[in-house]
Design a protein around this ligand. Sequence first.
Ligand code: GLN
Length: 526
Amino acid sequence: NLNSIVHIFAKDNVLKLYKDSLKSQQSSKKAESIKTCGDEISSELPLIVLLKDNYNVLGEPTTCASNILKGFVSPFTATVAELLQKSGALCIGKVNMDEFAMGSTTTSGIYGNTINWITSSKGLEILEAFRNETITEGNSIKEGNQQSSQVGLDPVFNKNEQRSCGGSSGGSAVSVASRFCNASLGSDTGGSVRLPASWCGVVGFKPTYGMCSRYGLVSYANSFDTVGIAGENVSTTKKVFDIINSHDPNDMTSISRLLRDQIKSVVDSRNSSISLDDDDKLLGKLKIGIPKLFGSEGASIKEVSLPNTKYALSAYYTLVSAEASSNLAKYDGVRYGYRHSDVDFSSIEKGLNENEEITNAKDTSSLFSKTRSFGFGPEVKRRIMLGNYVLSLESFKEYYEKAQHVRNMIIQDFDKVFRIRNVRIEEQSLNDSLNEGCDLLLVPTSSTTAPLLDDILQVQSGKKENSSNVDIYMNDVMTVPMSLAGLPTVCIPVGVSGQDGLPIGLQLVGQYGDDEMVLRVANILE
Ligand code: GLN
């Protein structure tokens, strides 16, 4: 599985359904290509969905690909996972990620690197054979999974040709691209579903911030985190979104029913005023904002300016590190998962027994620091250091406050270009000009196709001259502006590069709450 699946939790009966479903999907896909009536056939089959390993499932480990959560077993199930299970979807296991979702390459976690399925020109063919072997011969999937990192796929995949799958939800994109599932829930804080979707040639959708519940999704940077969906196509992605799109009282940041109603009324009034109900005529009526270089598909094109997006990447990394450092403070060896064992507890106990104040401080802090030093990997530590720095008294004003200010300016930039208003902003302060603005924006997802995995590893290990980990942050430059503004964005595959034959993705961006329109148009353009 190219090291995408890291844990299978489905019981034997569900696994059997999974195997049967996968086989029927394969044959219905064959039938589809012959009879072109595949939709009807496949709609009866249950959706197969894998979860990124930062979603909690009752009684199962959640590791976030980190040593610090080793041994942690979740006492509850994430709302979105529960909704999927209730809908009849087969949620069978967990997929790989960057540690705590910090990264763009799925290389920083304890499970090792996930590899882009497209590595070889014969990628899909080989995968098909590989998967048939693990699944149709009645082997347990667990066995196949456990071997996967050792198998390394070396006989068929030349290591030097391996491409990066992107990240941090690389396991989600690869498990979908290699057809182990129909969709996979990832998380998208700054592009983590869209970038891997683009590099692996699948659909990656980041809904409006707060649209889908984050209850049970381990936090990275709360004011940015969204559920993300990697899907085999737009229609499957939409099916998953429809299942998980609802208010959740357990998530304080879940969009309230009242705000959902307001969004609906703004969207409906746009749709009826320019009659957007008919899909066939939709493109002709839409105004799409894009950079000048791109052509039109029938929609009228408007060049837009988003002057503050050039500060987006710096603001993003300042703010997410601040939020991350505060979120990660709870992993101290006391409350969750891993606890470093060579701490001398006797003096702590002695201290408590003798009622001596603070005598145990030295040992407690050694427990914290040893647990955290061992438990977190280098990228997570880098974010903690950076986050503590920007939150410190000396630099709070200089960095954190400025970054918040930039965030507001970016939100305003977007509000100026969209036709419909942002319902979060007070109505009076808006120019609610229904006919001026754009309905959607079209933006590249990444400035490159999937880079060579080896190049990434060289940079990360400091072996590549004149480059640093900050260069890897540059991959997020096209995805973070929408995360700062909380906007719904889908990345759809639009073809392959003439230079290297690798997939290219484009993002369609909508105003806050305009998720349905984003997916409708994606479906037409796909
Ligand atoms: N690469 C970005 C980061 O590390 C995005 C991660 C994400 O969306 N989870 O912050």
